[in-house]
Design a protein around this ligand. Sequence first.
Ligand code: CTP
Length: 416
Amino acid sequence: MPGAHIVLGVSGGIAAYKAVLLLRLLRERGHDVRVVPTAGALEFVGKATWEALSGHPVHTSVFEGAAEVEHVMLGRSADLLVVAPATADLLSRAATGRADDLLTATLLTVTCPVLMAPAMHTEMWQHPATVANVATLRARGVHVMDPDSGRLTGQDSGPGRLPEPEALEAAALALLARAEGVAAEPKPAPDLAGRRIVISAGGTREPLDPVRFLGNRSSGRQGVAIAAAAAQRGADVELVAANLAVPAPPGVRVTGVETTAQLRDAVRRAARGADVVVMAAAVADFRPATAPGVKIKKVAGRPPAPIELVENPDILAELVADPPDARTLVVGFAAETGDETGSVLEHGRAKARRKGASLLAVNEVGPAVGFGDVANQVTVLDANGEIVGEASGTKDDVAHGLLDLIASRLGGVGGA
Ligand code: CTP
């Protein structure tokens, strides 16, 4: 992607001289580079060098170039922001969101990928404050390179050296290429715009006492993938999340629940006025009859008391029999294993007829597919147990395959 707009932030370390070479390399590749040094960086390499090699005026403060509100202009136009070297002070200011010079203010306005190449003495790199700042920045999606190990400013040596300009250039170009690839990916059609979709995901937990519960292995990945895909396709999504092992996707409303009773209440409340309810959660069929408010203690020499279980309501079957909204399309999941009484499909067909959901996505669980794993394969049945579709691949592929079927059943556009 020649001709990319790159902001090169330079903070005040002796390694600033390597940023001069990085600037040259990026310019030779045909990129437009705006250099934003900190005041400290100018102690090492002067303004004239940056201006001559970048071909742009160079400022360190938001008060210079104020007429064009430079930090906002740079932030909006940048395809990549690289900070090299990133000193301990710069990492600290970036991690806390300070905006006390043009570089840190620009860091708060960019939406493009950000690459930081730290350089400092080993003691500073390994100080818990710097370690915590790097962790904060990485958690926010900033690409913080590890420094090289080797000779530092004086006689000392260790981790803290700025990587060579060619390595910085390679990291910068790789990020640019990745950003370009993401931007080029086709966006799914907004065929669910105007639709309200409720999705339950995860696995319910039934308390045995204040510290223990009966649960299951559902990670919630498939339900979360459906929620993310539905949001991408324009739906208004509410995710009823039961003990997810993965983060909820952006752009959806989340109601957290723990038990089957809470899941039932949340789903029924959200289902009012919904176009679709997808029950992807693994719901506990039984719960302990009693859950004492104090921890169950073991008593030496006495066998454990048996746990009496009572049946939980079947939320999916209830949604079909007594829907909060008669027009809502109800979709269930069935995780099955084949056994001597029938195959996965036979068990799925029986369940489809028993539950009566508009669609039932049947998947085989086993060592290679289903729970927790990234790949999945589902056969979709209607309420008569007839096969109406199939989807396989990653959980995102399965999510889109299932939403294709849902969209075709909804028909029309935008809740019409
Ligand atoms: N389900 C539900 N309420 C329950 C149990 C299950 O709403 N108490 C829903 C699940 O969210 C899923 C579908 O029913 O969409 C099938 O779940 P599954 O556990 O496969 O079925 P069960 O009815 O529990 O049957 P079994 O465990 O006996 O196979």
